[in-house]
Structure formats: C-alpha cells, structure tokens
Design a binder for this molecule. Structure first.
Ligand code: SF4
Ligand code: SF4
Length: 150
C-alpha cells in the first residue's frame, strides 16, 4: 500500500461529474480530500491523498487523466539540499511515513523520495532549511490555498 498526495486540476467541464466517487468505487483506493475548490463551470483544484496499491493508484490516475484532469504528485516537489544538511536528525522524528530515517551503523540521515508523500512537515523543523519545496509546486499550492474555501 502506498499513500501519496496529488494536486488535481479539473477542467471546468468536469465540475459536475462524480469523478472522485467513481475513482473510489472502480479502483478500490482510499482517499482523503485535504483541500478542495470545485465550483460549477470553473476550473477546480483539489489536494487529494490517495491510498492503495501502486497499480490501483496508477490506474485511478489514468482514469482521472481520461477526463482531462491534470495530476501532479506533491512528493516530487520535496527535495533535500545535501550541501545544507548537516545530518542532525531533527527531521526524522516528524516524518510520518519514514521517508527520512537514520541508517545504522553509520548514523547517516537518508531521504527516500519514493516514500515521501509531500506533506511538508519536515520543512519548518530543519534548522538550516535543507528540506525544500520546489518553487513550481509551491506556487501551485499557494494558488490553491488562496482560492480554496476550507
Ligand atoms: S515532506 Fe518531509 S515529513 Fe513529509 S513525507 Fe516527505 S520527507 Fe516526510
Ligand atoms: S533536520 Fe535538516 S539538517 Fe537535520 S538531518 Fe534533517 S534535513 Fe538534515
């Protein structure tokens, strides 16, 4: 099972379609809507956490794309600046999915982007700001934040 977070952008023609309902029903994935701004006849933005096997999540994303929905995985936006990171380990305690962990016996702090869900919890705890959100997705997330009714 994998848990991943996506920013979904829905074309305005799809705003009245029960796409997420069908996604869950047909592809057997669990979902958690973190933010959503879907209004009739407007492009919609949703930040969605999807949980399921990789095959099912992948099929579900293909299903979304068939409606013209653009999906961007948030995890791809989190990077570590290895030149800034001084291996203090502060981020390893906060990561909910073990994408940041200490490898023994060398005690090296490893960042595994494949496990990362893009939650950003590690960003503010790093004393040297080595964990970064890429500018493109940060801009998208900010745009979504501004438009979204919580
Ligand atoms: S953003 Fe940071 S805390 Fe969140 S899953 Fe990725 S590595 Fe872990
Ligand atoms: S908190 Fe920052 S400096 Fe410390 S191990 Fe994590 S990324 Fe590196």
């Amino acid at each position: 099972m994998a848990t991943r977070i996506y920013i979904l952008r829905f074309p305005k023609e799809t705003s009245s379609e029960p796409i997420i309902y069908q996604l869950v029903k047909q592809y057997d994935v669990e979902f958690n809507i973190l933010k959503a701004d879907i209004l009739p006849q407007r492009e919609g933005v949703m930040i969605l956490e999807l949980k399921g096997t990789k095959d099912k999540v992948s099929s579900g994303l293909s299903y979304l794309k068939s409606f013209g929905v653009k999906a961007e995985r948030l995890a791809a936006a989190i990077n570590r600046d290895d030149e800034k990171c001084f291996q203090c380990g502060a981020c390893t305690g906060i990561c909910p999915v073990g994408a940041l962990y200490i490898q023994r016996p060398g005690m090296e702090v490893i960042f595994d982007p494949d496990k990362c869900t893009g939650c950003s919890l590690c960003v503010p705890v790093c004393p040297v700001r080595a964990m970064e959100v890429s500018p493109v997705t940060e801009a998208l997330a900010e745009a979504a934040e501004k438009k979204i009714v919580t």
